[in-house]
Design a protein around this ligand. Sequence first.
Ligand SMILES: Nc1ncnc2c1ncn2[C@@H]1O[C@H](COP(=O)(O)OP(=O)(O)O)[C@@H](O)[C@H]1O
Ligand SMILES: [Mg+2]
Length: 453
Amino acid sequence: MMPAESDPVAPLRAALAVSPDNLPLRRHLADTLLSLSRYDEAVDEFRKLLEASPSSRDIQLALANAFYQSGRASEAAVILESLLDKPNPPAAACVLYARLAIGEGRIADAVARYKQALEIDPDVADEELSTRLGVLPNQSYQEQDDELFEGRVRHRGAGADGDFETELERPKVRFENVGGMDQLKEEIRVKVIYPMEHPEIYQAYGKTIGGGIMMYGPPGCGKTFLARATAGEINAGFLSIGINDVLDMWMGNSEKRLHQIFQQARDNAPCVLFFDEVDALGGKRSDMQSGTARQLINQFLAELDGAEYSNEGVLVLAATNAPWHVDPAFRRPGRFDRVLFVPPPDEPARADILRLHCQGKPTRDIDYNLLAKKTPKYSGADLKAILDLAIEAKLTESIKKGGPPQPILGKDLLQAIKSHRPTTQEWFSSARNYALYANQGGLYDDVLKWLDK
Ligand SMILES: Nc1ncnc2c1ncn2[C@@H]1O[C@H](COP(=O)(O)OP(=O)(O)O)[C@@H](O)[C@H]1O
Ligand SMILES: [Mg+2]
């Protein structure tokens, strides 16, 4: 803390010492601290204010804002979610939530929230947010949807009536190319591959076929990679629906497009239909108040249920970094009824992953077990990044020195490890709150076990 004489808030603090119950004065102090970027002190004061008036939405919002500004996003999120769960939330809470969602890469949520904010109070319009999210404040939503939709469709080069096809892949990667994840591979075999290959056995036991798997966990740990390898494993097609397709859907005509995607998978069966970042599509209904969002979710559920068209031969997989934002309706039987945690690779898996990524590259003297020991908490993507760093360094060296390309050595990789920190920790710090305080029926027990390690 600053010495009293040079601290601009010292007079305020002195006045408060005399009358600690003067709430407007404390509020003034809190706001002043925030404007001086003295976040921890501001948070303290907002907390005291909240103790005095626990149900004040204004103060909850102010505290969330202080958390947000100081970079404590998950704490801000917890407060905002409780504000937004109640009817008639303040428009400013929606705006702040939209900013948070952008920070977490949940663009569709951000769009929905920002639109909601504008519906409640057009005055909260913010030019930067509008541009970023493609939401134009002064137009009717219908017009705007059409305009953006047209723009995007043209960009994709599809027909004027909005028909489009997502590219169907034929992946070459198989389970053997995925390091570790033995348990997950087995779950996928039993739950989706065998039933598809031997439907008669399942039917004999009266087991219904269907239902999908939702994978969640920190980024870079192989969710997308494993989904693609599942298709490769059974020589099936692979349709990957990512955030951009989902965004396109949000911009208009969403139910029709979602239906087209499912039809494309059905037409190409056997096919793995993979929804990446599924939280963008199937956000909690309470999170997404707008009519469009609800309709889209209901359409998604209906397609998953396969009530109208059979999903035979379609394996539905999904991945998310934020399972707590996915509507629980998605977890009912026949839908994503297996929710699996994809942790960072353990030591043997890390050795495997490094070995796999070094295949076909010039290497020498690499002790994979040692490297694995040196990389706790590193994701598969982190390990790949390390190899890329080492290769880059070798390339530069070879070019400078001339002569034949030098092999990558174990010590080059050790060197690279030093310059690349693991990227999984941030995820755990936000997951922790949900696992501890919103562990829906033990859904996140695996995360808790991991936190204890
Ligand atoms: N278990 C693994 N085995 C081999 N490579 C992996 C593994 N996990 C991650 N990777 C590498 O990291 C990249 C990013 O992984 P990805 O599947 O996109 O992670 P996520 O979907 O969980 O965020 C992959 O393309 C792959 O190169
Ligand atoms: Mg992914």
